[in-house]
Design a protein around this ligand. Sequence first.
Ligand SMILES: *[C@@H]1O[C@H](CO)[C@@H](O)[C@H](O)[C@H]1NC(C)=O
Ligand SMILES: *[C@@H]1O[C@H](CO)[C@@H](O)[C@H](O)[C@H]1NC(C)=O
Ligand SMILES: *[C@@H]1O[C@H](CO)[C@@H](O)[C@H](O)[C@H]1NC(C)=O
Ligand SMILES: *[C@@H]1O[C@H](CO)[C@@H](O)[C@H](O)[C@H]1NC(C)=O
Length: 345
Amino acid sequence: MFKIRVVTILLLMFFNIFCEATASLSESEENKLDHEDPQSNFFLWQDDNGNIREENLTKKPESFTAQTSDVNLYFYSKSNPNEPVVLNVLDVNKVIKTKFNSSKECLFIVHGWLNNYSSPVNVMIKGAVLEKYDVNVFVVDWSAISKNGYIECVANIERIGKFIGHFINNLSKKYNYPLSKIKMVGHSLGAHIAGVAGKTTNGQLKYIIGLDPAGPLFTIVITKNRLNKGDARYVEVIHTTASLSFHSPIGNGDYYPNGGVLQPGCVLSHDRSLSCSHSRAYELYAESVSVGSFVSTRCGLDATYELGLCANNDKSQMGGFVFADKPDGKFYLKTSGTPPFALGN
Ligand SMILES: *[C@@H]1O[C@H](CO)[C@@H](O)[C@H](O)[C@H]1NC(C)=O
Ligand SMILES: *[C@@H]1O[C@H](CO)[C@@H](O)[C@H](O)[C@H]1NC(C)=O
Ligand SMILES: *[C@@H]1O[C@H](CO)[C@@H](O)[C@H](O)[C@H]1NC(C)=O
Ligand SMILES: *[C@@H]1O[C@H](CO)[C@@H](O)[C@H](O)[C@H]1NC(C)=O
């Protein structure tokens, strides 16, 4: 079965990257790439340190429950871009000890599985944002949980998301700070944590950007433990790795760089190409904050986009930090396989 899956992925990769002119994937076939496919009962993963892990998705999860002590917040600002002030998620009264400025906007960044506050996703996005914008940044660290098995992490997403949502609600009350000044970006499982935090604030955050939201063990039908349209005033999703994430649109705006199946420059061995494509989502987002120019074209299907049939449709910019009134819908774009990724127009 695994071989079949690898072959499928290689074929899709081939289809996506090299077959610019053949087009026959229907929307429902595209959506089959979602990991809701019950046959996918495990996946291979290369972590940031190059170790390969095999996660069996059908094994019985160890039962453990995330506590508030497992979730910390690393506060950064223009005056302390590299020396965080560390708070627990219950320490809303200690925010006063940071450079938190309630007249400025706020960004929460939420990492994924096996990551922590110092992982590339946080370093890159925090760096890109603070370089250009004078805002409050909270990097969420849930590594006490994220270092465990994938199944155990999935089982705790709702609890962790609610802890953060409660922190935000309390922060908002204490500082009379409007929820509409708060933005969130989450990668992989972190996208779903951001989604739950957003639900906990009644969808009133300015926006949530989900970077390749994790697919395995999540479903289209059950929305309480995952990122969904409605979790913020605007939800954007950047899809980079169909077989590890949600390929179906789940936001207001859904962006598919290079078709969203696998990314150029990531055509490596199977497990490495998936991890590489999955990480590409935050690399693209960080660049969209510092440079921009990810012009994307509205289109219903990658195949149609590839054929040039959507060329005259309206355009939108993927990602970015400051934006207003982005359109809803599915958007496609090409990128380079190495930085700078944006190809502009
Ligand atoms: C996954 O775990 C289940 C239950 O422990 C076991 O039956 C199955 O063989 C495992 N699958 C793989 C691919 O290791
Ligand atoms: C924050 O909010 C939660 C839920 O509304 C509450 O239980 C908690 O005591 C509040 N206070 C702090 C300091 O987090
Ligand atoms: C907070 O930010 C505002 C606007 O940039 C600034 O005028 C004010 O001095 C800042 N407050 C503190 C305590 O730094
Ligand atoms: C944080 O995660 C990175 C991988 O993203 C790892 O290399 C590093 O050792 C971790 N640091 C801590 C303090 O756990």
